[in-house]
Design a protein around this ligand. Structure first.
Ligand SMILES: Nc1ncnc2c1ncn2[C@@H]1O[C@H](COP(=O)(O)OP(=O)(O)O)[C@@H](O)[C@H]1O
Ligand SMILES: [Mg+2]
Length: 369
């Protein structure tokens, strides 16, 4: 798929902007703080209903405005899709309204799968170094874009988890009986099933795909990259039954710690190079290669699931790569619509953009040759 137009209104540093990117690569060049990432963030918001860098929607509303709106019109093999998000700063309950092909939608899940994107950003290195939460989010975002079913399943699981934890607190305060946990153990066990199955499927596929990408971009045969789903139910063929048993076995511990200690909310991905945990010993360069391999695998998975390539958003990533890795990355993504940011056009050696736009605070204009 590719986007025909992107419209922003009072989004971050922009008052009104309409862009009509070509089908190939568009480069946004500008100094730090010029507003480049803001543009990619706007596309991400239209694809996933949230920012890639903040959980606070209101941050995205231009200072001094009550509301902001972004809209993307995309062409798919099966027709055009227009999706938009409007955010409100006020105290009213509905702070986010979605528009999908002319209709208002209230649930974020309805946005999933219409326009899809894969974002490459410098913060991706946290996937390698950071806490498990970041790796779970990576899986969750990918699977949500594969279909709203996963997004809703995850919501159901999270709400069961919240209720079970609330009950543990009530028991700790002496306001409820431990026997009441049974209902929530059952809810949690049932709702874990689609989440675990999807993660098992994704991890297995990502491992195969990422291994090949790593070998290609890294260019060294002796470094075999692998990824493994780890968690209480990672290997389970009966996640509901197994979680039910685990919750029962850990009930004392859960009561003592006043939280649910087992379940997919504790999942992680183990990333290894030549069989060793990358967190412990991988170099910066190896980590960057692994991150690219993961993102490219995300592109592959989305492409095969939806029969369309997603949009690529490359935020300041080329400058971090040596010439060889950069060339191999650009080869892999040729033919896919790409929005790319950089601070210096010399970062682009090897790229053949169709459009180069200069970004200055609040405005975007064609770069003079
Ligand atoms: N809600 C907002 N209202 C107005 N300006 C904002 C808002 N959020 C961020 N900005 C401005 O956007 C700029 C950062 O834009 P960003 O796209 O991250 O820059 P870069 O070009 O370095 O990627 C900062 O100068 C900041 O002041
Ligand atoms: Mg930036």
């Amino acid at each position: 798929m590719y986007i025909e137009s992107l419209r922003l209104q009072d989004f971050r540093s922009y008052h009104q902007v309409t862009l009509t990117p070509p089908r190939g690569t568009t480069v946004f060049v500008g100094e730090n703080g010029a507003g480049k990432t803001n543009l990619l963030e706007a596309v991400h918001l239209c694809c996933l209903g949230r920012s890639h860098r903040t959980a606070n929607d209101r941050e995205m509303i231009r200072t001094g405005s009550e509301t902001c709106a972004v809209q993307v019109r995309a062409m798919r093999g099966d027709g055009a899709d227009t999706v938009g998000v409007r955010l409100f700063s006020g105290a009213e309950k509905r702070r986010k309204v979605l528009h999908i092909n002319g209709k208002n939608a209230s649930r974020t899940g309805e946005l999933m799968g219409h326009v899809t994107c894969v974002m490459f950003s410098p913060e991706d290195i946290e996937l390698m170094r950071g806490a498990p939460q970041g790796r779970r989010r990576f899986l969750d975002m990918l699977l949500s874009q594969c279909g709203a079913g996963y997004y809703y399943a995850l919501q159901t699981y999270n709400s069961a988890l919240k209720q079970r934890n609330a009950l543990l607190h009530a028991i700790a305060r002496g306001e409820a009986q431990a026997s009441m946990l049974e209902v929530w153990d059952e809810q949690l066990s049932q709702s874990a099933v689609p989440v675990v199955r999807a993660r098992q499927y994704a991890a297995e596929n990502l491992c195969q795909l990422a291994r090949a990408h790593y070998a290609h971009i890294g260019g060294r045969d002796n470094e075999v990259f692998a990824l493994r789903y780890i968690g209480h139910l990672a290997e389970s063929s009966n996640p509901a039954g197994d979680l039910r048993k685990l919750l029962l076995a850990r009930r004392e511990e859960d009561l003592r710690r006043v939280t649910t200690t087992a379940g997919p909310h504790r999942d992680d991905l183990l990333l290894t190079l030549a069989g060793q945990d990358m967190r412990a010993f991988a170099s910066q360069g190896q980590m960057r290669t692994a991150v690219l391999a993961l993102r490219l695998s995300e592109v592959d998975l989305l492409t095969s699931r939806q029969g369309e390539t997603p949009l690529l958003l490359l935020d300041d990533v080329l400058s971090e790569l040596d010439a060889g890795r950069r060339t191999r990355l650009l080869e892999r993504i040729s033919g896919i619509q790409t929005l790319l940011t950089c601070t210096d056009l010399s970062d682009l050696t090897g790229a053949q953009p169709e459009a180069v736009l200069r970004v200055r605070p609040g405005e975007i204009c064609a770069e003079d040759a």
